[in-house]
Design a protein around this ligand. Structure first.
Ligand code: ZN
Length: 267
């Protein structure tokens, strides 16, 4: 499903792509804007979305450019209505690397917010939920500031595989093996995602947020399974190599292939 996308352009050599559902989202938001304020409303609403997603791309670039320093290849950043996703060829299993790569994303949001704060300040009463933003360019900059703070904080919730959950796993991985750390991080993440989903749907009637928590719930489970599968494949090949070595010694120049590096199926 993630293949249904449209390539835009490259930033720092990384392909930026839009998921097809993003077009539906733009059409819906544009229509809502038009209903409220005609053409001006339509343009205003689309401009807000573009600015918001520029910040999302910068957040993903924070992860991606830090990951590259640890030898990770980043072929694509995919934008979906629920946010962005940087695709890595692998996730380093060193806690320090995972911590730095992960923290760089929300850090970008806080830096953007700090710059906007220095330039434009905040309206009276911010950050209360019912803060009124002026209907001017100044108000737009302040809305963007507020969004960046929200984006940074929301991503830091310890709900694996969101950024906070990954930082939690990196912390756990300093005390236990990587699979166990992923297991506990995803278990805590799933419980919190379930709780968040119930609160969002039942108390706040925010079904978009509830849907997002549901997505995170399944994403956590999927990533745990893929870590487990990779670990089992590695153990399998290590065992094969041990058996082969008993028959014909394996030279350092010919390590056993990894199943996950050889297989290119729709997984
Ligand atoms: Zn992030």
């Amino acid at each position: 499903m993630l293949r249904w996308s449209i390539n835009l352009f490259r930033v720092f050599g990384i392909q930026l792509a839009l998921h097809v559902s993003f077009l539906l989202f733009l059409a819906y938001e544009g229509w809502e804007g038009w209903r409220e304020g005609g053409w001006e409303g339509l343009v205003g609403s689309l401009a807000l979305i573009v600015l918001f997603f520029v910040c999302v791309v910068m957040h993903e670039l924070g992860h991606s450019l830090t990951a590259r320093r640890f030898g990770v290849k980043v072929p694509r950043i995919l934008l979906m209505p629920i946010g962005g996703m940087a695709e890595f060829d692998h996730i380093p299993q060193q806690p320090r690397a995972e911590f730095l790569i992960t923290a760089a994303g929300p850090l970008v949001n806080f830096v953007i917010a700090a710059l906007l704060y220095a330039l434009f300040g905040v309206p009276k009463g911010w950050p209360a939920l019912n803060t009124e933003f002026p209907d001017t360019w100044l108000g737009l900059a302040q809305v963007l500031l507020s969004w960046n703070v929200t984006m940074g904080c929301f991503n830091l919730l310890p709900v694996f595989p969101m950024d906070g959950g990954r930082i939690f796993r990196a912390g756990l991985a300093t005390r236990m093996n990587y699979v166990r750390a992923t297991y506990w991080a995803s278990l805590v993440g799933k419980a919190l995602a379930l709780g968040g989903g119930v609160v969002a749907a039942y108390f706040w009637h925010n079904f978009l947020l509830a849907g997002l928590f549901l997505f995170i719930f399944f994403a956590g489970e999927t990533e745990y399974r893929s870590v487990l599968r990779r670990e089992r494949e590695d153990a399998y090949w290590a065992e094969m190599a041990r058996r082969l070595a008993a028959v014909a010694p394996v030279t350092p120049e010919s390590p056993p292939p990894r199943l996950s590096d050889c297989y290119h199926g729709p997984n």
